[in-house]
Design a binder for this molecule. Sequence first.
Ligand code: XUL
Length: 510
Amino acid sequence: MSQLFLGLDSSTQSLSAIVIDYDSREVVYEHALNFDTSLPGYGTVNGVLPNPDPLIKHSPPQMWAEALDLLFGRMQTDGVALGEILAVSGSGQQHGSVYLKADGSFARPTAPIWMDASTAAECAAIEQALGGRAATAAATGSAAFERFTGPQIRRFAETEPAAYAATDQIALVSSYLAGLVAGCPAPIDHGDGAGMNLMDIERKTWHPDALAATAPDLASKLPPLASSTTVIGPVGTHWVEQYGLNPQADAVTWSGDNPCSLVGLGLIREGMVAISLGTSYTYFGYLETCHTDPHGEGHVFVAPTGDYMTLICFKNGSLACEQIRDQFGLDWDGFSRCLATTQPRADGGIILPYYETEIVPRVNRPGVHRFDLDAADAAANCRAVVEAQLMSMRIHSRWMEVRPTRILATGGGSVNEPFLQVVADVMQCPVLRIEVSQSAALGAALMAAYAHFDHAGRSVGWEEIVAGFTDPIAGSEVRPDPATRPVYDRLLERYADCERRVLGDAATGG
Ligand code: XUL
């Protein structure tokens, strides 16, 4: 009999499932269920409830619960051997919170999610109570961010005190769904707990000062914290009776999508870094020891392995490249040709492409700034905008003190070879492509496997768990050109100087 593990992923727009066959190292089943189209009665748009206030982004938790049943029904119809699954884990969009009464009903019918930006005042108040931005980051792993759970809880307690008082348990998206699978309240795992501004990032316990800075009586409303690979118990009887799961199958804690993706991409050793080239660009990687960003721009979460991970989000990512592409009437091929036909130059033109406000570095007012760059030169602008993104990544990831040994590239932009050459040259590190479309769900399935073996007293190392599931695409390696090293070392200094001039000293990432 095969050893099957199920990984689920409740993201903003969909609920996905991946089943892996551990022995053959294969993904044997994959399905995604879109919330808007599968559950239209909730009226969500891209998984989010419409709201006249553009800062408010909530979703209905009941929809997530219903989706779980729909998905298991679908797996049954598709002939998935549900009775052979040994353990189930999952991934949830990070930061979102669910408010439950003692009888399990909702104390708040909607859940604020990671896209919500309505808590600027609460962030300021929490940071002040904790001794400032750097102190908040040192204590909880991140400065206070609008989407993080603590500021969201504070706003709820202030604006709806009666509903807050009626709340018995606050769950994250991940722990809420883990509880449904287990049929009992689930702990919050260290990975997703680190995205709340409430957990002591070093001790992995609730931080008493952060709790006090957030809302009254909060400790009594939070579940215990646990490692990301804790077996909560057997799966709930509902899943056994309705869908034929094995009553002995393990219900494992769920984590956030970023910690799960870390494992789903095989980033389990120091120096392993991934760049996700989507609408925004994210730079994330494994950290052996905990140290936080003194500028409060990057996040530190706990990795499913029990070590740490970092995440930095660059909002203007491909958006800035698209602006330049469109400005010069190019398509992506034309954009790539511009990169392929230009050379990096230490005295090359520089652009600071803040078409929108930026997360890293913090830029509150959009603006595009050019230095020694002819605004009419298409090729020079294409090169400058890509170099800008990568130099920004290199500068603003310095605080991690991790020199990447290889970088995995994922997302739409990773298919563009001249682009990857710039990544390799600026970062002075080999870049490899990886084609895992569902890295979070895959990570969850691998976490289920780890937890299952661990719980059975069979300790299997993470290397062995991920082997064969997370291999980069053969032949996709792009190596840095050593001749570009001194060029970029010099250009980097000039870029940092331009950032300083535009944004002030706080923006240069140390
Ligand atoms: C991370 C974050 C997003 C969500 C998306 O801090 O807010 O990546 O986890 O699901």
